[in-house]
Write a protein that binds this ligand. Structure first.
Ligand SMILES: Cc1ncc(COP(=O)(O)OP(=O)(O)O)c(N)n1
Ligand SMILES: Cc1ncsc1CCOP(=O)(O)O
Ligand SMILES: [Mg+2]
Length: 517
């Protein structure tokens, strides 16, 4: 058996990933507990391992049942993870018995970690007891002194102190100071339940200074699991190497953002729903207008806009896009150079609405940020833009990515980088793109023959030469992309219709030829 740390050479190409171990209860409704911890850590970009102390039958209404895991088996889980994986931070949630708390303390002494984050979970958001008063002494005497930070809410702070309800910010400050005396390096008293406050106020005390952290209260019922998620996010930031103060600020901002994003989602019938840590539920899987996977035949007549040309002819980008689609454009790219970002985003949103109504994909030229912000179907990037590989990481697997290529080597790289199609050109000289090298029909043919990806030809293409382009007859060539031939014209829909007719004819001829050969 190989022992960690034995004399194996260090491989510099490998990366140590920040790692949080959460020891907590499972929530079958997945709003809180282990499930919230996993989602928060995933959202904050750290690895999360899990030691389960109890399995709860739980939903948005309340806790229907609790099954506590035996102390021996909690110990076994802790040993499994801590003895093998390089855990940076341990975060605690539901610790339902004195024995489990004692085992945890003993394991942390045996396998030291950089920091311990204690979320002293006692009562669920629905008011159900998750850890009784019997655990308070061992918390005070053993666990809290080991903690880098503890994160009690108002009820937990008063339970730990054995004092009356906390009702004001002054009460929170004094509780934070008293809790600090138990030994944790930092105390964060969360004021989410503070009455009569339009802000969410938390008090952080580091032994010397008080920090009052305020943010506007998000009006939502979807708050189940906020405590677990906040503590896990603090643990995640500590695992990445942040200071405790910065970890708390980032974690609080993250939870607020997720709450705001999730304020109107509906999961369950109970009074307190879960929220969406990954900010994905509304925008992706439930976007009923979302297009399916990329279809290479969409490249047939690719309309690429130009702000200058549309301005010259006195039309908005959205009107130009609508006209192109009505004339038969099968895919649209917004290529809006020198347009203010805010204006670009507004027109991109308007164009997306039009494209979705017609079922035509909308891509954004160069600007990954605009594509992300408006929810476009993808981007087109050139050899000096954001690398396709990076764009893929930012946009995810579903978006369409096109790359400009002039050579087989570039086409091979586009394939390796995860592009969906290639734009090859300029095929003919053009005034639309300055200093652009022309590859000609031969250059286009060479790239088409070498490419594993579908190709659209671009550059100086219009009704007079579209047929010659399509007649190179290489199967990977799926269509033509046109800027001035469509948009530097008085009537966009007429020009698009004309070109569509010619391309359809050319395609029939090519198919005919194929049948005869
Ligand atoms: C379909 C298509 N092909 C090629 C290009 C050119 O992209 P790029 O090389 O990045 O040049 P700019 O368009 O950004 O000037 C394209 N836009 N579309
Ligand atoms: C963006 C681009 N990339 C290569 S050529 C070109 C310009 C195409 O414009 P036009 O269709 O007006 O020649
Ligand atoms: Mg570009």
């Amino acid at each position: 058996m190989q022992v960690r740390g034995a004399s194996t050479a260090v491989d510099c190409s490998k990366m140590k990933i920040p790692h949080v171990l959460t020891i907590a209860g499972s929530d079958s409704g997945a709003g809180a507990g282990i499930q919230a911890d996993l989602k928060a850590c995933a959202a904050r970009g750290v690895y999360c391992s899990t030691v389960i102390t109890a399995v709860t039958a739980q939903n948005t209404v309340g806790v229907q049942g609790v099954n506590i895991v035996s102390e021996d088996f909690v110990a076994e889980q802790l040993t499994s993870v801590l003895s093998d994986m390089q855990v940076d931070v341990v975060k605690t949630g539901m610790l339902p018995s004195v024995g489990i708390v004692k085992i945890l303390c003993q394991k942390i002494r045996e396998f030291p970690v950089r920091a311990l984050v204690v979320d002293p979970v006692m009562v669920s958001t629905s008011g159900d007891v998750l850890a009784g008063a019997s655990i308070l002494p061992v918390f005070r005497e053993e666990l809290l002194p080991m903690a880098e930070i503890i994160t009690p809410n108002l009820k937990e702070a008063s339970a730990l102190l054995g004092c009356a309800h906390l009702e004001t910010v002054a009460d929170m400050r004094s509780a934070a100071k008293s809790l600090h005396a138990f030994g944790p390096r930092n105390v964060l008293v969360k004021g989410g339940d503070l009455p009569d406050s339009s802000d969410a106020i938390d008090i952080l005390f580091d032994g010397d200074n008080f920090y009052e952290l305020r943010s506007p209260r998000v009006k939502t019922h979807n708050t189940h699991g906020t405590g677990c998620s906040l503590a896990s996010s603090i643990a995640a930031e500590l695992a990445k190497g942040s200071s405790t103060f910065s970890a708390v600020k980032v974690a609080k901002r993250f939870v607020e953002t997720a709450l705001d994003y999730s304020k109107d989602i509906i999961i369950g019938n109970g009074p307190q729903g879960p929220f969406d840590h990954l900010l994905r539920l509304k925008s992706s899987s439930h976007d009923c207008h979302r297009l399916g996977v990329f279809n290479p035949s969409d490249l047939f007549l690719y309309a690429v806009t130009d702000a200058r040309m549309n301005k010259k002819w006195g039309r908005s980008i959205a009107d130009a896009v609508k006209a192109a689609i009505e004339g038969g454009a099968t895919i649209v790219q917004l290529r809006e150079k020198d347009v203010e970002t805010r204006d670009f985003l507004e027109s991109a949103k308007a164009c997306l609405e039009i494209c979705r109504a017609y079922g035509v994909p909308l891509l954004i030229n160069d600007r990954i940020d605009i594509a992300l912000a408006c929810g476009a179907d993808g981007v087109h990037v050139g050899q000096s833009d954001m690398p396709a590989r990076v764009a893929r990481t930012l946009l995810g697997p579903e978006k369409i990515i096109g790359v400009s290529c002039k050579t087989p080597a570039q086409a091979e790289q586009a394939w390796i980088d995860g592009a969906d199609y290639i734009g090859c050109g300029g095929v003919y000289p053009t005034n639309t793109k300055a200093n652009n090298l022309t590859v000609g029909l031969d250059g286009l043919k060479t790239v088409c023959q070498a490419s594993k990806l579908p190709i659209v030809a671009i550059g100086g293409i219009g009704p007079s030469n579209a047929r010659a382009v399509m007649e190179i007859g290489v199967p990977s060539l799926k269509g033509v992309a046109v800027v001035s031939g469509l948009f530097d014209r008085e009537c966009v829909s007429t020009e698009t219709r004309k070109l569509h007719g010619m391309l359809t004819e050319a395609r029939s001829l090519v198919n005919e030829k194929k049948r005869h050969n």
